[in-house]
Design a protein around this ligand. Sequence first.
Ligand SMILES: CC(C)(COP(=O)(O)OP(=O)(O)OC[C@H]1O[C@@H](n2cnc3c(N)ncnc32)[C@H](O)[C@@H]1OP(=O)(O)O)[C@@H](O)C(=O)NCCC(=O)NCCS
Length: 149
Amino acid sequence: MAGPDAVPAPILEAESVALAALHAAAFPPAEAWGPDAIGLMLSMAGGFGFQLAGQGFILARAVAGEAEVLTLAVAPAARRRGVASRLLAAALAGAASRGAQAIFLEVSYANIAARALYGAAGFVQVGIRRRYYADGTDALVLRHPLSAA
Ligand SMILES: CC(C)(COP(=O)(O)OP(=O)(O)OC[C@H]1O[C@@H](n2cnc3c(N)ncnc32)[C@H](O)[C@@H]1OP(=O)(O)O)[C@@H](O)C(=O)NCCC(=O)NCCS
């Protein structure tokens, strides 16, 4: 497992099985992504990700000057130690280095932890998708500007 000062490492497609286990630990069963879904995201044009082994990972995509956070998962036992903040910073830098001028994401209105994380990282709400999730909650669309690395 990565130590407290570890730097997020780029994800390889071959790591999808271990990442799926982490995703299942972080999300409710209905929202967990299997190895195939994770592999697919990584193989998409512009797809990339970073991990802190055994603790958490982030997947993102950068295409045509815009980037999107696809998922962010931190194991329950590793939370509130800055893991997500470090992964997010790595993804922002990775998106900027791929030529993106802004990065977007969707987060449930009900996800207080993630909304606090993204707000602290400088994301700003730019839209709302009403009843976006299966349980009827709205999704907030957040944006963070990027400058060239
Ligand atoms: C949301 C999540 C990624 C946060 O991961 P984390 O590693 O615990 O986050 P960090 O330790 O980097 O927290 C950074 C800041 O975010 C905010 N934050 C994180 N968790 C929080 C919580 N449970 N309640 C309130 N604020 C929270 C705080 O401002 C925190 O700073 P602080 O600890 O100095 O107060 C994690 O809880 C998770 O995996 N949740 C389930 C999956 C999920 O919701 N993913 C995001 C989907 S959009």
